[in-house]
Design a protein around this ligand. Structure first.
Ligand code: SF4
Ligand code: SF4
Length: 300
């Protein structure tokens, strides 16, 4: 491609946080001028289209027209999560899709919004240049909420992270033997509620903010946990580590329950459907009575 990169910004439905970050990229510290990069005000002058936001009905034709007008090599960069997945605007009545449903997209810069450093890195990659990252402004500050990381040893597969995620960015998918916990960070607002809610501190938001990709299907982080089978019907229904975690918590809090834990474990290995069988209800009630009796005796 030509040595000069001329960027035309195309804004559609979003909060404009990404647009602010694009302007931040123009401050001298990032030396975009030295990389021969400029921001232009019309698509005819540009060879790169930088798109922020999802595309609505009105923006669709404008985007097509802008794409037609930009110069070769017609590089298109989708900046921010709304330009990947439409995020919170997904499902909005005027929305027609993320930009790649309208024009071909070469690079995606996930984030909500992406740090200017991530956008500058994307530009450098487009130019096939290597940036020096020695200055400390390339490090994310303390408390920055970036890409998720799972601790596979700690995750019990409980799904609390998915329940609390208001962006619906976490899917819980039960397979034949395993439960998949999938964080779609292209949908994520990086609020860290999942991290706060996780009972075992198994999911963390790291300081990693470089998430550039040319494949939107790879914008996810996953973890798997083993599901147990119902001891009666054989159906897989619950993560194995979640049962052991619950038993450990109970015995830590009320140690007189310890001698009943094998019976509790057997009861927990029965799936919700089989628990409704009369005989199993009777056994469960008997066990609960034993537990409450021993707790009462020990309180005296
Ligand atoms: S990451 Fe935490 S909250 Fe999410 S499934 Fe694993 S243990 Fe549960
Ligand atoms: S940080 Fe966690 S809870 Fe917040 S939007 Fe992202 S996945 Fe959802």
């Amino acid at each position: 491609m030509s040595n000069k990169i001329s960027i035309y910004r195309f804004m559609s439905a979003g909060c404009n946080g990404c647009d602010v970050e694009i302007f931040e990229c123009l401050v001298p510290r990032y030396k975009l001028g030295e990389l021969n990069v400029e921001v232009v005000s019309s698509p005819e002058e540009a060879n790169v289209l930088a798109i922020t936001g999802g595309i609505n009905v009105k923006g669709r034709e404008e985007l097509k027209a802008s794409y037609e007008k930009i110069q070769p090599p017609k590089l298109v960069v989708a900046i921010g999560n709304c330009a990947l997945t439409m995020e919170i605007f997904d499902g909005g009545y005027p929305m027609v899709g993320p930009p790649d449903r309208i024009v071909p997209v070469n690079l995606y810069v996930p984030g909500c919004p992406p740090r200017p450093q991530a956008i500058v890195s994307a530009i450098a990659k487009a130019l096939d240049k290597t940036l020096s990252m020695e200055e400390n402004y390339w490090d994310a500050p303390e408390g920055f909420r970036g890409l998720h990381e799972f601790d596979g040893e700690k995750c019990i597969g409980c799904g609390a992270c998915a329940q609390v995620c208001s962006s619906k960015a976490i899917d819980i998918i039960d397979g034949n033997e395993k439960r998949l916990i999938k964080v779609n960070y292209g949908h994520c607002s990086f609020c860290a509620f999942c991290q706060d809610e996780c009972p075992t501190e198994a999911i963390k938001l790291t300081k990693k903010y470089q998430m550039l990709t040319d494949n939107r299907n790879l914008t996810n982080i996953t973890n798997e946990v083993q599901l147990i089978s119902c001891s009666i019907c054989g159906r897989r229904f619950m993560p194995e580590p979640q049962i052991e975690w619950a038993i450990k918590r109970v015995t830590e809090k009320v140690n007189v329950y310890e001698k009943f834990m094998d019976a509790v474990r057997r009861a927990m290995r029965i799936c919700p459907d089989c628990r409704r069988e009369t005989e199993n209800i009777r056994d469960a009630k008997k066990l609960l009575l034993q537990l409450s009796t021993v707790a009462r005796i020990n309180r005296k």
